[in-house]
Design a protein around this ligand. Structure first.
Ligand code: CP
Length: 316
């Protein structure tokens, strides 16, 4: 694997999932691979799981790790070409990416969308610029439109926990007071399209995601109908895509979309975390036996580790 910025970098999903599950059984088996290799993790936004699981994955492979909170610790970056840098940006991505490539063997980046400028977000200018100017592999730790490490962890979780050869998986929108990105939903949809699952998306009318992402996936606007006989219910909020970044359906207007035990039925409950209790999902679900969110978060380590292992093997 040369890089991992999107699901298109996966050529053999079943093999990748199987390898991640083997690594989970024996996480230190490849600690020689990362000796004297350094992962540099750059965070333009907050994180708990991505930061700790990716660092753990790198350490399990014998790598050294440097973490930088870019917005508070580094110079403000300029991404535009040909700009007269006489305002608030101090360093151009061209120099920054080349310099960081001398300090790290792999660069991992988290950079969320603006949610105000759709074209800019969809250009993926932050992660694309790192890819363009860095001379080492780049890993996406959640970009403007994608969260492929999360989606791989989700695929591992469904594969591990499924009791059916072709489980019914439902992605359900749920309300949230703030404008959230589309990245997790986008990558989960892309991942389900690659897996042998019966997949349905449900959300209020007007909350359609990009047609380029949804493609031929089934969309059912009635949440109860969509959730019927589901084996896995993956719940996630996203802000409006058409009226870009707006919160039109709120926890007040759409509290009936919150997932309860009654709505869940016999399905297993998934969420990428962090999650707002009693807004997205009722306490009874998160505290109950059908919630797999903690195991899902555990699989973030093995998702990152299989990706880093493949990248390190390609560097050797
Ligand atoms: N799910 C996820 O990416 O969690 P963090 O934002 O805490 O990294």
């Amino acid at each position: 694997m040369k890089k991992y910025t999107g699901l298109d970098d996966i050529t053999d999903l079943k093999e990748l999932i199987a390898e991640a599950r083997e690594i989970k059984k024996n996480p230190y088996a490849f600690e020689h691979l990362g000796k004297r290799k350094r992962l540099v993790m750059l965070f333009f936004n907050s994180s708990l799981r991505t930061r700790l699981s990716t660092e753990k994955a790198a350490c399990n492979l014998g790598m050294d790790v440097t973490v930088m909170n870019f917005n508070s610790d580094a110079w403000k970056l300029e991404f535009e070409d040909g700009t007269v840098m006489n305002a608030d940006t101090s360093e151009h991505i061209k120099e920054a990416a080349q310099v960081i490539s001398q300090y790290g063997d792999v660069i991992a980046v988290r950079a969320f969308p603006t949610l105000t400028d759709k074209a800019k977000d969809e250009s993926e200018y932050v992660i694309s610029s790192f890819e363009k100017y860095a001379s080492v592999p780049v890993v996406n730790m959640e970009s403007a439109t994608a969260h492929p490490l999360q989606a791989l962890a989700d695929a591992i979780t469904i594969t591990e926990l499924s009791q059916q050869s072709k489980p019914k998986v439902v992605l359900s929108w749920a309300p949230h007071p703030k404008a959230l990105p589309h990245a997790v939903a986008n990558s989960f949809i892309g991942m389900m399209q690659k897996m042998d699952v019966d997949f349905t998306i449900t959300h209020p009318k007007g909350y359609e995601l990009s047609a380029d992402v949804v493609k031929n996936s089934k969309v059912v606007y009635d949440q109860d109908e969509a959730l019927k006989d589901a084996d896995f219910v993956y719940v996630k909020n996203w802000s409006n895509y058409k009226e870009y970044g707006k919160v039109i359906a709120t926890p007040e207007t759409h509290s009936d979309w919150m997932v309860t035990s009654e709505k869940l039925g016999t399905a297993q409950f998934m969420h990428c975390l962090p999650v707002r209790r009693n807004v997205i999902v009722a306490d009874e679900v998160l505290d109950g036996d059908q919630s797999v969110v903690i195991e899902q978060a555990n699989n973030r380590t093995f998702s990152a580790q299989v990706v880093l292992k493949r990248i390190l093997e390609n560097l050797a």
